[in-house]
Each structure stands twice: as structure tokens, then as C-alpha cells.
Design a protein around this ligand. Structure first.
Ligand code: GTQ
Ligand code: FE2
Length: 332
């Protein structure tokens, strides 16, 4: 096809199409890129930056007034009219609940998880079952489950929220329900033995420890996915979660995949390169790996590094859209 054939238009055909709501595919750019394209960029949010900011928000507004006292981690590639997002499909945020506070019950179609960063005595209720929150614990609040947060301890509770909110927005499937004020106090019945919605840190840490002497995965070193206790599949239909141990001195190989990932540093420190950019990280930091961006991780220290992560992999798997490839390490 020559340039002339794209501009040749003696009858003004192209100018007549727009007002009639047509567009010729042969003049479109980007409808079928050779590889995934995203406006999202690799980014890291430092805990020593966000912690003082969310504590400042603690003086500005109560958890109850705010509904949720949450600072979203907004990818610099997010367009101004779009809802905040860490990647195209994933929401990540830091939430603060102060001693004695309540974040009232509500429910919504976006699915959520919480990974506890600091504090003792906080809890989340899921459909009126109470789950206590300790650092390193993972708590799930699936699609349309009632949930609230409370705090009977003495020090601030901070955690990472992960939701499929941008995906739900893209699909225009967001519903939410906020009951009348008198029905919104958290219920206090203790969680049943099945603990369908909680994964204690101690158990995951022990599981990683038991696998310490295995060869490890070239891209992830020692990684354990959190599995739904009944299906043995991903914890929720739209979000999978994992915790990984990067053993001292480990440097993983580089790869890329169509699912996007939010990583959160649960312990230790190290660095990752994402799209050729190097990010140094330490406990509490959170970073985003957008779809199809090459990345690798390293722990150059003498101690263990633990990364919690969540991704949209179950969505892509279900739709036949999962792709993965190794990347030349000389380039990345
Ligand atoms: O804790 O219920 O980060 O509804 C975003 C939306 C947290 C929550 C978020 C939410 C919540
Ligand atoms: Fe919520």
C-alpha cells in the first residue's frame, strides 16, 4: 500500500465518514499492534513517603467520614479522566485505621484483598465473620461480600489494598451497596475454623521455609501462590496472589507476560529492573509491573527478602490471553 492510496480522496469520502459515525480500518493506527501496548509505566511507591502522608490524612478525616481512609497508588500513566490504578486492571492503595475507629460495612462487585503492613488489634469483617489482622496476613473480601474494618488495639493499622476495580470499571460492572447508618457497625462473631477468607503470615512463611533448599524458579526463586481452600485455584476469579522468597544473593532471569502485577515488599530489601529501569526497594514499598514489561528481581543482601504480589492472571487465563516469554538479559 502506498501513501498515495491512503490520501487519494477525490470525492471527499473520508471527510464524510466521521459525522456519520464510521471509521475506515485501513487508516487506523494501533488497532492491531504487533505486541501489547499500555500507557501504564513501571513505578515504585516508597513506604517512607506514603506513611507520613496517610498519617497526615488521619488528622484530616476519620475512617467513618471517609468511608475508607485510603490513598490510591496512581500509576503516572493514568489519564486524568480515568479512575486511579496501579496497572490497567489493578487498584493498589494504602489504608489507615486508627485505634477505636470503624470503617463501616459495605459491599461492591469489585473484589478486594488486604495485605497487612503494620499494627495489632485491627480486624476486617467478611459477611459478619471477624478476621483479626496481623502483619503479613492476607485477608480476602470477594465480589459482593459485606465487609467492614475495625480496630481495638493501640497503634495505627496500615495495610495494602488490592482490588480489580479498574477492570470492573472497564467492563462497566461496578455495583455497590451502602446500608443505612444504624446497620453499619462491624459485627463481632469470630471467624469459623475454615478461614476461607484469611491466610496467616506464619503459615506462608513456614511453607516458604520448607522449600528453601529447592532449586527455585528462574523468574521468581521460591514462590507460593495463595490457593482458594475449596477450588485449589486462584484466591478469587479475577485476582491471584502469591508470596515469594528471594534467597540471599539471588538474581532472577528476566521475562515478561500479559498479566500485570503489583508487588509489595513484606520483608528485606533488594532491587528489580522493570522495563530497563532499576528500582531499589525495602520493606513496605509497593511497585507496579504493567503488562508485557520485562522485569527481574534481585536480593543482594545476606538476609531473606519476601515479596507479596497480586495479579490479574486468572482473568487472562480464563480468556485465553495469557502469554509469557523470556527476555534477553543483556538488554534488560
Ligand atoms: O476497604 O473496603 O482501597 O471499598 C478501595 C475500595 C478499600 C475497602 C479500597 C474499598 C476498600
Ligand atoms: Fe470495600
Amino acid at each position: 500500500m502506498t501513501t498515495t492510496s491512503l490520501t487519494h480522496d477525490p470525492a471527499g469520502f473520508y471527510d464524510r465518514l466521521g459525522p456519520l459515525h464510521y471509521e475506515p480500518l485501513w487508516r487506523m493506527r494501533g488497532a492491531l499492534p504487533l505486541e501489547p501496548v499500555t500507557a501504564m509505566v513501571p513505578h515504585l511507591w516508597r513506604y517512607d513517603e506514603v506513611r507520613p502522608l496517610i498519617m497526615e490524612a488521619g488528622d484530616l478525616i476519620t475512617a467513618e467520614e471517609a468511608e475508607r481512609r485510603v490513598l490510591a497508588l496512581k500509576n503516572p500513566g493514568t489519564a486524568t479522566h480515568e479512575v486511579a490504578r496501579a496497572t490497567d486492571t489493578l487498584w493498589a492503595a494504602i489504608q489507615l485505621v486508627l485505634p477505636g475507629e470503624v470503617a463501616p460495612a459495605h459491599r461492591h462487585t469489585p473484589a478486594a484483598l488486604r495485605f497487612v503492613i503494620e499494627g495489632e488489634g485491627g480486624y476486617t469483617t467478611v459477611n459478619d465473620e471477624r478476621y483479626d489482622m496481623r502483619p503479613g496476613d492476607l485477608i480476602l473480601t470477594p465480589n459482593w461480600s459485606w465487609h467492614s474494618h475495625g480496630h481495638t488495639g493501640g497503634a495505627p493499622m496500615l495495610w495494602l489494598d488490592g482490588l480489580d476495580l479498574p477492570l470492573s470499571h472497564a467492563l462497566h460492572t461496578v455495583f455497590a451497596e451502602f446500608p443505612p447508618a444504624e446497620a453499619r457497625r462491624p459485627a463481632a462473631s469470630p471467624a469459623g475454623p475454615a478461614r476461607t477468607h484469611a491466610f496467616p503470615f506464619a503459615e506462608m512463611r513456614a511453607a516458604l521455609e520448607a522449600r528453601r533448599d529447592e532449586p527455585g524458579d528462574p523468574y521468581d526463586d521460591i514462590l507460593i501462590e495463595y490457593l482458594h481452600p475449596e477450588t485449589s485455584g486462584p484466591v478469587m476469579p479475577t485476582i491471584s496472589a502469591a508470596i515469594q522468597l528471594l534467597r540471599p544473593g539471588v538474581r532472577t532471569a528476566a521475562h515478561r507476560h500479559t498479566h500485570s502485577v503489583v508487588y509489595h515488599v513484606a520483608a528485606g530489601s533488594g532491587w528489580s529492573t522493570i522495563g530497563g529501569q532499576r528500582f531499589e526497594w525495602t520493606r513496605g514499598d509497593t511497585f507496579a509491573v504493567p503488562c508485557w514489561v520485562p522485569h527481574r528481581h534481585a536480593n543482594p543482601t545476606n538476609g531473606d527478602a519476601l515479596l507479596f504480589s497480586f495479579s490479574d492472571a486468572p482473568v487472562l487465563d480464563a480468556l485465553g490471553l495469557s502469554r509469557e516469554s523470556a527476555v534477553d538479559e543483556e538488554i534488560h
